[in-house]
Ligand binder design. Structure first.
Ligand code: TEU
Length: 546
């Protein structure tokens, strides 16, 4: 029997924004349970839940204060058990988001560690003496990935600093400490014994710090050479696999911002992860050194990277957007072709080799914010606040300081799911949501209800595409061979047991001719006719070929 993660599509839910069943402004677990039939009908086989653990929510739950408790904002452990049960009845598996690089500064481990230096929990984190007169300087020159120094002085003793590669409320865990590793293994078993199918491992490439020496000076992430993809991390992951994961039918996907094809294969071939989220394709329209800068997007640059992984990576986790990346239809498609373009990218995502990951709202073509925040207080993203405050420290005017956060503002992809044309797009019954609803649920009819009734909607195309993939052994198990074509055209053949599918996708807003003589039968297309000779903008089609 083939492993479930190879047979199914994964749907990422951002719980705060999915469905608010008790009308308190926050999505919740009961809301997800209420929407399971929607997900089943869409063709979802696995749900990845962004963190639902107890958390003060400085980084929207990626700062965990209790790994074995549910954040009351989302509900109770009984609500989670009910969700798990109802999902399993529908043959939908649940994957949790495990944030191992750091815990919340309100986690009891950290509170113990700072109030009682002789406790074992002191070794769960990195506490180092400051440098210079009165230890006024941080222990080394490392930078936080979320801007500024990676060190914060303790209130209890400002000459002692603690390490945080993300925000200061996310305190890095020290995996040299065996007691910590035991606690982490216990946490994994706790959730796996409940019947969770596996984990998405957050920022996992940074887990193991080989040294705390000063790093080579860089524009961002000084110090990364001592914590990215270290040998000690591979040893740790293999230990978790041997001690815990091998005893379950499970799957782990690691988030590896540093990934290359070779680095991905290191994790997969050693069975540390079944697959990894890579980021090269996500950086295709971002500044090479400063990610806040937007670069002109060209489909050919995306395809070059995706195909490199298709041909070189042992197993691919295919995704176009998530809770950290701007909405793909806003990023990659010209507004006037939003319908055709969203469909073209859905076909790309669902015909590539590997497991497709769909982010909530992608199936209805949800977009970035319809208007930028007027003041920094309007944003709920800690990254925006940190970049803004740094810019203000350098005396940037308020407007400019906010403007430079535009392409990093993760609120864009975290607005409430748009279910229908009622108040708050049906996200709840009217209470003010934690983050504003995008107004295009009404003026552009971007909502599940309207799109379900529209034969030609993005939603209905996603449903057709997901059904096609779920039923195609070729797409689930077949090989991938790229064919020569225009640089902005994805043209490739998937083959399994002698059966072949040809996929042709014009990812540009231009007409592009394709004059190959391959004998073919069209099975699915967003234009519903075969324009292969002169492909209109964002034309996409799947063909059966001999
Ligand atoms: O993100 C990991 C990561 O490397 C971030 O730099 C990510 O690429 C960034 O958020 C993009 O703007 C993970 C989670 O996905 C993210 O939501 C968390 O904020 C972060 O870790 C810290 O836990």
């Amino acid at each position: 029997m083939e492993k479930a993660y190879k047979e199914r599509i994964v749907y990422q839910i951002y719980p705060s924004s999915f469905y608010d069943s008790n009308n308190d402004g926050w999505g919740d677990l009961k809301g997800i349970t209420e929407k399971l039939d929607y997900l089943k009908d869409l063709g979802v086989g696995i749900i990845w839940l962004s963190p639902i653990y107890a958390s003060p929510m400085y980084d929207m739950g990626y700062d965990i204060s209790d790994y074995k408790a549910i954040n009351p904002r989302f509900g109770t452990m009984e609500d989670f058990d009910c969700l798990l049960h109802e999902a399993n009845i529908r043959d939908i598996k649940i994957v949790m988001d495990l944030v191992l690089n750091h815990s919340s500064s309100e986690n009891k481990w950290f509170l113990e560690a700072i109030n009682n230096p002789t406790t074992k929990y002191r070794n769960y984190y990195y506490f180092e003496k400051g440098k210079g007169r009165n230890a006024k300087r941080p222990p080394n020159n490392w930078q936080s990935i979320f801007v500024g120094s990676a060190w914060e002085p303790l209130v209890q003793d400002p000459t002692i600093y603690y390490l945080h590669l993300y925000c200061k409320e996310q305190v890095d865990l020290n995996y040299h400490c065996e007691d910590l590793v035991k606690d982490i293994e216990d946490i994994m078993k706790f959730w796996l014994d409940k019947g969770v199918y596996g984990f998405r491992c957050d920022a996992v490439c940074n887990l193991y710090k080989t040294s705390l020496a000063n790093g080579k000076h860089r524009i961002v992430q000084t110090g990364r050479e001592f914590y990215e993809d270290q040998e000690g991390l591979h040893t740790l992951l293999r230990k978790l696999r041997k001690d815990v994961l091998n005893n379950y039918d499970t799957f782990m996907v690691g988030e590896v911002p540093s990934a290359t094809v070779d680095i991905s294969n290191d994790y997969i071939k050693n069975k540390e992860f079944e697959m990894v989220f890579t980021f090269e394709h996500q950086n295709v329209d971002k500044g090479r050194f400063i990610p806040t800068i937007k670069r002109f997007y060209r489909p050919r640059n995306l395809l070059k990277i995706l195909f490199k992984y298709q041909e070189g990576c042992a197993y691919c986790a295919n995704y176009l957007e998530n809770h950290d990346q701007l909405r793909s239809v806003s990023r990659f498609v010209k507004e006037k072709y939003r319908n055709e373009g969203a469909k073209a990218y859905s076909m790309l995502l669902l015909t590539l080799k590997g497991t497709p990951f769909l982010y909530q709202g992608q199936e209805i073509g949800m977009t970035n914010l319809s208007e930028e925040p007027k003041k920094v207080e309007d944003s709920r993203d800690v990254v925006v606040t940190n970049i803004y405050n740094l810019a203000r420290k350098f005396h940037f005017p308020k407007k400019l300081a906010l403007r430079i956060t535009k392409h990093m503002n993760r609120d864009n992809e975290r607005t409430p799911m748009q279910w229908n044309d009622s108040v708050n797009a049906g996200f709840n019954k009217g209470w003010k949501p934690w983050l504003g609803v995008n107004t295009n649920y009404l003026d552009k009819h971007i909502n599940v209800k309207d799109e379900a009734e529209d034969h030609d909607s993005i939603y209905n195309f996603y449903k057709d595409m997901i059904k096609f993939r779920n039923e195609s052994e070729i797409l689930k198990k077949g090989t991938f061979v790229r064919l020569k074509s225009h640089k902005d055209v994805a043209k490739f053949v998937r083959t399994y047991k002698g059966h072949k599918l040809l996929i042709v996708i014009n990812l540009s807003s231009h007409k592009i001719a394709d004059n190959d003589k391959i004998d073919r039968k069209m099975l699915l297309s967003n234009y519903r006719q075969d324009f292969i000779k002169m492909m209109p903008p964002y034309f996409c089609a799947i063909y059966e070929i001999a």
